[in-house]
Design a protein around this ligand. Structure first.
Ligand code: PGA
Length: 264
């Protein structure tokens, strides 16, 4: 269980799934499942595609829903000649609070570099939103014994030019790439070990204070059946959920992990 200082955070990354009609249905179902006790215990962030954001934001406002609105990506400039991109400034205007940055699909398919990830983090924080920074190794890197080098390198680069206060409010998601969408999960022990190394690295490059406050998630094939074990680890403060967040009932069970025994 994560420290008292850090409220657990469970995030649903819908990726390029659910058009805005489907988004409304999914959010309505989830609103029906989750209770005010759930929101008191856990921050629940939903990250729909850009085209759904306005619809979901309107629902959250009209029905006073307690989900936190998130996005999956942004451009670091406030505006300009960047066809197809959406700025952090625009997201902030839509009451988006969390933005995923450097997801492995963005890094691998769209060539996002560590430098670009850092620039986006700066832009997101400039607009008073919270970045969820994704880091993780490929299977080949893991098999070559390079997991720490890769992941901690990504963390160091992401945190460049950030003050202790800025680092304290960040979320970092450790997502081993071989576990994303594959049904393979890192064992809870394995995830705990890597995530505790990330916390130690944050202490080294920033301060003990920052390391104590930063929230660290695990991501990669998280489901209702494995969430209990993952959340029981001392350094894991939450999860970033892809496939299983598309189904409101399953995602609801994940958000309510604390209501069920560890090994039912
Ligand atoms: P998954 O995706 O839960 O479908 O493995 C996680 C992610 O990509 O954030």
């Amino acid at each position: 269980m994560s420290s008292e200082l850090r409220k657990p955070i469970i995030s649903g990354n819908w990726k390029m799934n659910h058009n805005h009609y489907e988004a409304i249905q999914c959010v309505q179902k989830l609103a029906y499942i989750l209770t005010k006790e759930d929101y008191a215990e856990v921050d629940v962030t939903i990250h729909p595609p850009f085209t759904d954001l306005r619809s979901v934001q309107t629902m959250i406002d009209a029905d006073e829903l307690k989900f936190i609105l998130g996005a999956q990506h942004c451009h670091e400039a406030d505006s300009g000649a960047f066809t197809g991109e959406v700025s952090a400034a625009f997201l902030a205007k839509l009451n988006v609070s969390y933005v995923i940055v450097g997801h492995s699909e963005r890094r691998e398919i769209f060539g996002e570099t560590n430098e670009a990830v850092n620039a986006k983090i700066v832009a997101i924080q400039k607009h008073k939103m919270t970045p969820i920074v994704c880091v993780g190794e490929t299977l080949a890197e893991r098999e070559a014994g390079k997991t720490h080098e890769k992941v901690l390198g990504q963390v160091r680069s992401a945190l460049e030019k950030r003050s202790v206060e800025q680092i304290k409010s960040l979320v970092v998601a450790y997502e081993p790439i071989w576990a994303i969408g594959t049904g393979k999960t890192a064992t809870a022990d394995d995830a705990q070990r890597m995530i505790s190394s990330i916390r130690e690295e944050v202490a080294k490059i920033s301060s003990a204070n920052a390391a104590e406050s930063i929230r660290l998630q695990y991501g990669g094939s998280v489901k209702a059946s494995n969430i209990g074990e993952i959340m029981s680890q001392p350094d894991i403060d939450g999860v970033l959920v892809g496939g299983a967040s598309l189904d409101a009932a399953e995602f609801g069970r994940i958000c309510q992990y604390r209501l069920r025994p560890l090994n039912p």
